[in-house]
Design a protein around this ligand. Structure first.
Ligand code: URA
Length: 177
């Protein structure tokens, strides 16, 4: 059981959602924050957004157990409001430590809050679907920004491009040792 009290979200959460998946993952997906389902389960992306992610991973032949899924904020914001800057800051050390330990070949930030953790001021609409190499915690890191699945569920016309971007991601992972 995780008992983090680094920010006030610890007062309203049910469970911390520390992240889940393979410690040997070549791909790490980074979401925004847990919703109601994740708060109950303690596991990321188990609701509608998670179903879409699962479908995208299946399409490119990657088992969910083989990736690692994390969030920039590990406790549910009340009423699913956007995470506040101080909550994101308080939680940032957990994510950088996970990346340091797992050393994924590619990190896919999902949506603008996740992208912001890696590229301050980065625009998801502009950077999605393209590799971005950045310096991160003293090392080089390859990012592949993608829309948050909730944004695709809200605007289904984005789905064909989302599938194409996942296809590109799958091809990059095949090449990565
Ligand atoms: N949305 C997120 O960003 N993360 C989750 O874990 C679930 C939904």
């Amino acid at each position: 059981m995780v008992r983090c009290t680094r920010c006030d979200l610890s007062l309203s959460r049910t469970k911390v959602v520390p992240g889940a998946g393979s410690q040997q993952a070549k791909l790490m997906l980074v979401g925004e924050a847990p919703g109601a389902n994740e708060d109950r389960a303690g596991v990321p992306f188990v609701g509608a957004s998670g179903k879409l992610l699962n479908a995208m991973l299946e399409k490119i032949g990657i088992a969910r157990e083989d990736v690692f899924i994390a969030n920039v904020v590990r406790c549910r914001p009340p009423e699913n409001r956007n995470p506040k800057p101080q909550e994101i800051r308080a939680c940032a050390g957990w994510l950088s430590e996970q990346i340091r330990l797992i050393q994924p070949r590619l990190v896919a930030p999902l949506g603008r809050y996740a992208l912001e953790h890696f590229i301050a001021g980065g625009k998801i609409t502009r950077l999605q679907g393209q590799v971005q190499r950045i310096d991160y915690a003293g090392a080089s890191l390859s990012l592949f920004p993608l829309f948050h699945p909730a944004a695709v569920l809200r605007a289904p016309d984005r789905r064909p491009q989302y599938e194409e971007h996942f296809g590109r991601l799958g091809a990059l992972l095949k090449k990565a040792k």
